[in-house]
Design a protein around this ligand. Structure first.
Ligand code: FNR
Length: 390
C-alpha cells in the first residue's frame, strides 16, 4: 500500500509550523529553470534541444493536452497500489528513468548520482550505452536495485556482443535496443554551439573499458585519447543496421529485450517477429525526426495492433503525474521519463533527483486516487476522453 502523497504533503506543509515555505522545485518547469541557470550553453542545449524545427518535441506535449482524465468518485481508494510487473519483476512505480547519455556534462557525479537516487527508491534505471561511467561501476553503486541497459547497436558486432555480455554479467535485468538513432538528428542548437560532448571524450566510458573496442586501437586510450575518440565516433552507431541484425542481437541474450524508438505499427509487429519481448514507443524526446507523430498518439495505434499481452512502454513528453495516467490509459504498461530528472540532476545532483522522485511519486499517488483508482493496473481507456483542441 502506498502513502506517498499524504506523507509528502504532511512533510511539506509542516514547514508552516516553522514559519517557512518550501523552496524545493515542484514542477518540471521550476527544475528546468534551475538547470538552465547551472549549465553553460553547450550542455544546456544538448539536453533541451531536439531535431529540426522541434515540431516533434512540441507535438509530444500537445498530444497530452488532447486527452483529459475523467475522474471517478466514491470507489474506496484508501489502500493504493502503484506497482507494476514487467517481465516477471515488480517495480514500485509505473515509471523508470530513461536512458540519458553523457551525464557528466550535466553534473560532475554523472550517472552515479541519478542511479543512486533511483536505487534509493527502487525506481528502475536505464543506463545509456554512452554513459560517462562504465556500466559495472553503476551496477556497483546500485547494489540489488533494478536496472536495465540501453544498447546502441553500433558498427562492430564484436563490440555489440561484448557490451551485451557485460550487461548480463553486471546484473542488468533487460536490454533496451534503441533503433531510432542510427545517426544523430539535425540538432540546430548543438550545431550552432558546435557542441558534441563525445568529441571531448565525454560519454565514452563503456567503450574505453571494453576489450573488443580497445583491441581495435593502435595505442591505449591513455596514450592516444584522440584516436580512441575518433574510433568511438566511427563505430558507436550504425546506419546500416537492419531488422535481421536485430534478430542477431536477440539471439545473443536471454535477457528480456525491448526495442526503443518505435512509432509505426508495422515496425511494432516487425520487432515482435524478430523476437523482441517488449517495445518502447518513443521518438527520443523529439531529438531524431522532426515533424514526427507524438509518441502518445503512436502508443494507441501500437497497442491496438500488438494486443493486450505485449509489454509496451512509452516515453517522450511526460512531465507530470497526469501524463503518466494518460499514457497508462492509452495503452502503456509503464513509462520512461527523460529530461525532467536530468533538470533535477543539473539543479542539485543526486539530492535533486531524489527530491524530484519524491514529488513525482507523491503526485502520482494522489492523482491516481483522486481520479478514482486504487491500483494503477485498473487504469484503462475509460479513464480518459479525447478532447478536440483544434
Ligand atoms: C536522450 N535519450 C537517449 N535515449 C537512448 O536510448 N540513449 C541515449 O543515450 C539517450 N541519450 C539522451 C540524452 C539526452 C540529453 C536526452 C534529453 C535524451 C532519449 C531518452 O531516453 C528518452 O527517449 C527521451 O528523453 C524522452 O523524452 P522526454 O522525457 O525527455 O520528453
Amino acid at each position: 500500500m502506498t502513502t506517498h502523497g499524504l506523507d509528502a504533503q504532511m512533510k511539506i506543509y509542516s514547514n508552516m509550523l516553522l514559519g517557512q515555505g518550501y523552496d524545493v522545485p515542484l514542477s518540471a518547469e521550476e527544475w528546468r529553470d534551475k538547470a538552465r541557470a547551472n549549465l553553460a550553453d553547450g550542455p544546456w542545449w544538448y539536453v533541451e534541444g531536439s531535431a529540426g524545427a522541434e515540431a516533434t518535441m512540441d507535438e509530444n506535449r500537445q498530444a497530452f493536452s488532447r486527452y483529459k482524465l475523467c475522474p471517478r468518485m466514491l470507489r474506496n481508494v484508501a489502500d493504493r497500489d502503484l506497482r507494476v510487473t514487467l517481465f516477471g519483476k515488480n517495480y514500485p512505480m509505473p515509471f523508470l528513468l530513461a536512458p540519458v547519455g553523457v551525464q557528466s556534462i550535466i553534473h560532475p557525479d554523472g550517472e552515479r548520482a541519478s542511479a543512486r537516487a533511483a536505487a534509493k527508491s527502487g525506481i528502475g534505471y536505464v543506463l545509456s550505452t554512452v554513459s560517462s561511467v562504465p556500466m559495472e561501476e553503476i551496477a556497483a553503486v546500485m547494489g540489488d536495485a533494478p536496472r536495465w541497459f540501453q544498447l546502441y547497436p553500433g558498427k562492430d558486432p564484436e563490440i555489440v556482443s561484448s557490451m551485451v555480455q557485460r550487461a548480463e554479467t553486471a546484473g542488468y535485468g533487460a536490454l533496451v535496443v534503441t533503433v531510432d538513432t542510427t545517426m544523430l538528428g539535425w540538432r540546430m542548437h548543438d550545431l550552432k554551439n558546435a557542441y558534441l560532448p563525445f568529441m571531448l571524450g565525454e560519454g565514452i566510458a563503456n567503450f574505453l573499458t571494453d576489450g573488443a573496442f580497445t583491441s581495435r586501437l593502435a595505442a591505449s586510450p591513455a596514450e592516444n585519447q584522440m584516436a580512441a575518440i575518433q574510433e568511438f565516433l566511427n563505430v558507436y552507431v550504425n546506419p546500416a543496421f537492419t531488422w535481421e541484425d536485430l534478430e542477431n542481437v536477440r539471439k545473443q541474450t536471454k535477457l528480456p529485450l525491448l526495442v526503443k524508438g518505435i512509432t509505426h505499427p508495422e515496425d511494432a509487429k516487425m520487432a515482435l517477429r524478430m523476437g523482441a519481448d517488449g517495445l518502447v514507443v518513443s521518438n527520443h524526446g523529439g531529438r531524431q525526426v522532426d515533424g514526427a507523430i507524438a509518441a502518445l498518439d503512436a502508443l494507441q495505434k501500437i497497442r491496438e495492433v500488438v494486443g493486450p499481452n505485449v509489454t509496451v512502454l512509452m516515453d517522450s513528453g511526460i512531465r507530470t503525474a497526469a501524463d503518466i495516467l494518460k499514457a497508462k490509459a492509452l495503452g502503456a504498461d509503464a513509462v520512461l521519463i527523460g529530461r525532467p530528472y536530468v533538470y533535477a540532476l543539473a539543479a542539485a545532483g543526486q539530492e535533486g533527483v531524489e527530491q524530484w522522485l519524491f514529488h513525482m511519486m507523491a503526485e502520482l499517488d494522489l492523482q491516481m486516487a483522486l481520479a478514482g483508482y486504487a491500483s494503477i493496473r485498473e487504469v484503462d481507456s475509460t479513464a480518459v476522453t479525447a478532447y478536440p483542441l483544434r
